[in-house]
Structures are given as structure tokens and as C-alpha cells.
Ligand binder design. Structure first.
Ligand SMILES: Nc1ncnc2c1ncn2[C@@H]1O[C@H](COP(=O)(O)OP(=O)(O)OP(=O)(O)O)[C@@H](O)[C@H]1O
Ligand SMILES: [Mg+2]
Length: 279
């Protein structure tokens, strides 16, 4: 199987930066994978997302080398427009994502489709379906400017989902949301996972990462320090020394394994923990 996305020996330095952000990053991501990117603040998670979406080098300049490939074709050589319906990008701050020119949520969601030149009838159906799927019927006629942060984030996600991109890059979508808003966003992420989208998620809420991601790529000191299954990575105590927290159940499992009885496998989600401790 060929990878959907690939980086080969990527180096990058921002134009105004003193140091490189990346010194030789390589990985392959396959269709339907759900990869979470972790690493301490400033380790380059957002930069990595921006390179994959082509925002670097198109909007944000610097010195970029190595191969960055979408289905084997160079991403930096593609225009941002060409990439728009293939890679959806959901920003940390939904206020940036907002078009700022549409007067209702309905029109806001239709905006991206208009730009793709989708015929009107198909567009109406797609917007209706998306609103239903994300359960935001109550927001339909509201002005985007009067929405709360959580509502804006859901609308921002809706406008991306409406374009139905096979790949989604989601950068800390819940960092500005309360627990209820966070839960609502993860309900949507769950739907996307069920649709077998290829998902790249940056998220600090590690219990959610443990539950949804199938793989974790951890950045540290300009390189990839760990790349493995979620359970492999989130069961390692040393991960915490690199600015990534462990799920509560993993911490409990590690403590139990050291102090009570050695466990074959450290649990990273609750169901695993229940199975392990039931014996
Ligand atoms: N536009 C820019 N120009 C110059 N340097 C930048 C720019 N954006 C980010 N940086 C620097 O590049 C490094 C990586 O930043 P990046 O935002 O990718 O990290 P991050 O892992 O997403 O951090 P956070 O967890 O805070 O979101 C940091 O040292 C940051 O200061
Ligand atoms: Mg970031």
C-alpha cells in the first residue's frame, strides 16, 4: 500500500528564526490512520501541520528541504487551491477560520463549496447534510459573529467537512473550549474516524488522544523521538519528561506494575484497564 502522506528527511527554518525547527523528519501516513502529533510547546507541531497543508512555504516562508508528498506528489509544488479539497485544515482558533463575510452559519458552511465551484443544488444538499450530521440545526440562521467559541469551532469544522476532504489536519481544536465544548468536538472527530478519514490531530488532552488515535508521532529537539502505536507510546513513563502527559490509567498501570505486580501490558484506555485488572 502506498502512503497518503510522506515526509522524507525534511529540514525547515523560518525566515526570521535563528534555529531550525526540523532537522531531518521522516514518516509515512497511510489511508485511514489516525495520527496524533505530540511534543512540548514550540516543538514544531503546528509547523509540521502547516508544511503538510502547503501553508509553508506558500504563506509562511523559510528554508525548506526534503520531500513532502501527497500520494507521491510534491506538496510544495501544488497550489493551496489544489490542496483545499484534499486536505482539510482545522485551526486552533476558530476565529481565524471564519470567513468574516457571511451573514449566516448556513452561508458560512456553503462558502468553501462555492469556492470549489460546486453546483448550487449539490451545494444545498451538502450543507443540509453537514448541518444534520454535526447536529447544529439550531445555529443554521445565526450570524457567525454571535456564536460562542465552541459553536464557532463546530461551524469551522462543518465548513471543512462539507468539502469532504479525505485527509484532515486538526490543530488543537479544543484548547479554547470548556469540557462540554471539548466533548462536542470529539463527538465530531469520532464521526470522522468512523468515516475512515485520514486524520492528523494535535491535542494536549491526552485521555482523548489515547481513546481516538491509533498512532503517535512525538517531536523533540527538531526530530521525531517516538513514532509508534498509541499504546506503545503512551505506556512509556519517559514520555512525560518530554512534555507529553500520560493518561490517568497508564499512570496507574505503571505504578501498579512497579509496586504491586508486573503487568504484561500497561493500559492506556479505561476498557484495557478493566480487562487487565479483572485478570
Ligand atoms: N511564523 C513564525 N516565524 C518564526 N518562527 C516561528 C513561527 N511560527 C513558529 N515559530 C517558532 O517555531 C518553533 C515551532 O513552533 P510551533 O508553533 O510549530 O510549535 P508547536 O509545537 O505548535 O507549539 P505549541 O504547543 O505552543 O502550539 C517555535 O520555536 C516557534 O517560536
Ligand atoms: Mg501549535
Amino acid at each position: 500500500m502506498n502512503p497518503v502522506l510522506e515526509m522524507k528527511d525534511v529540514h525547515f527554518k523560518y525566515l526570521i528564526g535563528k534555529e531550525k525547527v526540523f532537522e531531518g523528519i521522516s514518516f509515512k501516513i497511510y489511508k485511514g490512520e489516525f495520527v496524533s502529533i505530540t511534543g512540548r510547546n514550540g516543538s514544531g507541531k503546528t509547523t509540521l501541520c502547516n508544511i503538510l497543508r502547503g501553508f509553508i512555504p506558500h504563506l509562511n516562508q523559510g528554508t525548506l528541504s526534503g520531500d513532502i508528498l501527497l500520494h507521491g506528489e510534491s506538496i510544495p509544488d501544488k497550489s493551496l487551491g489544489e490542496l483545499a479539497d484534499k486536505i482539510g485544515y482545522i485551526f486552533q482558533n476558530p476565529f481565524i477560520q471564519n470567513s468574516g463575510i457571511k451573514e449566516t452559519v448556513y452561508e458560512e458552511i456553503a462558502f468553501g463549496l462555492e469556492n470549489l465551484g460546486i453546483p448550487r443544488e449539490e451545494m444545498i444538499k451538502t450543507v443540509d447534510d453537514t448541518i444534520k450530521l454535526l447536529k447544529i440545526e439550531d445555529l443554521r440562521e445565526k450570524h457567525p459573529a454571535e456564536l460562542s467559541g465552541g459553536q464557532r469551532q463546530r461551524v469551522a469544522i462543518a465548513s471543512i467537512i462539507a468539502m469532504d476532504p479525505p485527509i484532515l489536519i486538526i490543530d488543537e481544536p479544543t484548547s479554547q473550549l470548556d469540557p462540554k465544548g471539548t466533548e462536542e468536538i470529539f463527538e465530531i472527530i469520532k464521526l470522522l474516524k468512523e468515516q475512515k478519514k485520514t486524520i492528523i490531530l494535535v491535542e494536549h488532552k491526552i485521555d482523548q488522544v489515547a481513546e481516538y488515535a491509533s498512532r503517535i508521532i512525538m517531536l523533540e529537539d527538531k526530530k521525531i523521538l517516538f513514532d509508534g502505536t498509541t499504546n506503545e507510546i503512551l505506556s512509556k513513563e519517559e514520555v512525560m519528561t518530554y512534555g507529553t502527559n500520560l493518561p490517568q490509567v497508564a499512570k496507574l498501570g505503571i505504578k501498579y506494575s512497579k509496586e504491586v505486580k508486573k503487568l504484561e501490558k500497561i493500559p492506556t484506555v479505561l476498557e484495557e484497564a478493566v480487562k487487565i485488572f479483572k485478570g
